[in-house]
Design a protein around this ligand. Structure first.
Ligand SMILES: [Mg+2]
Length: 349
């Protein structure tokens, strides 16, 4: 087995502002695994909230882990070893997804089939960050014109308060009038309990589908105050990293949003899906600053998930990877064996 790591700068079309700050360009690590004549790919997107700040740190963490020897173990036992060593999930994910890609390539099947899921069929949301109304007015046509996008995820929870949130949301409603898009809201923990209660009612009156992460990570015990008589389904994202977190809030949410960068890969995402279902919860899959490689890995399980937010690669200019397309609103990867995506040659040759 030969593993090489490639550091690639990802340039965003539009900077993404959420309640905690603005994200500009980023640098990710791509992992290329070669074995038995197959080439498999994984990707890691570092993040300050995810335990690793830079691509260089990701590289060092992965090199150290791989140097311990990985050939003789199953994907599941390697994942458990990495977790026991407290390897940040947003670094380990590159190896986990490449191992799954390799497994599917060796089987000669698309990864979703190896995992027993149907082909991706749920339309993805496309995200609009926190912006003043005049930017929203300009941005909405740039995001939606000439596309098959069917839903928009609106980032609220502005540090400037609810009036700013409401002004932005009202502009989104006006600007999307001529597009047939559903609206979802993600507050990224930007509200307290009274603000969240007020906004959930306000947004429900405006036909929003659901609210995501109304309260900060760590305030899960407060979710019960929102859950009773809730006007909108509540999903948690930042609050749910691993399957083992789910029992902490399962009785006070409607669903969980998993991300490969938060949980460390497909191995743990499968456990999250199973645990969420066992608690009667719905599921969502989202992304961070990822190219088509990580998005393709997530798309491979999206056929078994209720809501899909696999859109970060649409905000790259250029996407350094290839193999994913938007088909009738659905983020879908090629039907080739594996997850279907790879880093373009220009970015590593
Ligand atoms: Mg979110």
């Amino acid at each position: 087995m030969k593993i090489t790591l490639h550091k690639v700068k990802l340039k965003k079309r539009f900077p993404l502002a959420i309640s905690r700050g603005i994200r500009y360009d980023s640098e990710n690590i791509f992992l290329r695994l070669e074995k038995d004549g197959y080439t498999a790919w994984g990707e890691a997107a570092p993040g300050s909230t995810e335990g690793v700040e830079t691509a260089e740190e990701v590289r060092q963490i992965l090199e150290k882990f791989i140097s311990q020897g990985i050939e003789e173990e199953s994907i599941y036992s390697l994942y458990d070893r990495a977790k026991a060593q407290k390897i940040p999930p947003c670094a380990y994910v590159a190896l986990d997804t490449a191992l799954w890609d390799y497994t599917a390539k060796k089987a000669g099947l698309p990864l979703y089939q190896v995992l027993g899921f149907s082909k991706p069929h749920t339309p993805t949301s496309v995200t609009i960050g926190i912006n003043p109304p005049e930017v929203v007015k300009e941005r909405v046509p740039l995001l939606l014109d000439g596309t098959t996008v069917k839903s928009l995820k609106i980032k609220l929870g502005s540090p400037e308060g609810l009036d700013v949130d409401k002004a932005m949301f009202e502009q989104v409603v006006e600007s999307t009038q001529n597009y047939k898009v559903k609206l979802r809201v993600d507050a990224n923990g930007g509200w307290d309990v009274p603000q969240a209660k007020y906004m959930m009612k306000w947004l429900a009156d405006r036909k929003v589908d659901y609210i995501e992460q109304p309260l900060k990570e760590g305030q899960e015990s407060e979710l019960k105050h929102l859950y009773k008589n809730r006007p909108l389904p509540i999903y948690v994202d930042e609050s749910c990293r691993f399957a083992e977190n789910i029992p902490n809030f399962a009785s006070h949410v409607d669903g969980v949003n998993m991300k490969l960068m938060k949980c460390g890969g497909i191995t743990e995402a499968l456990r999250i899906i199973a645990t969420a279902r066992a608690h009667g919860l719905k599921t969502m899959i989202g992304c961070m600053s990822e190219s088509s490689v990580a998005i393709a890995a997530a798309a491979a399980i999206s056929g078994g998930i209720d809501h899909v937010d696999l859109d970060s690669h649409y905000n790259l200019d250029p996407d350094p990877a290839e193999g994913v397309s938007l088909l009738d609103g659905v983020t879908i990867s090629s039907d080739k064996p594996g997850h279907g995506a790879q880093l373009k040659k220009d970015f590593y040759a």
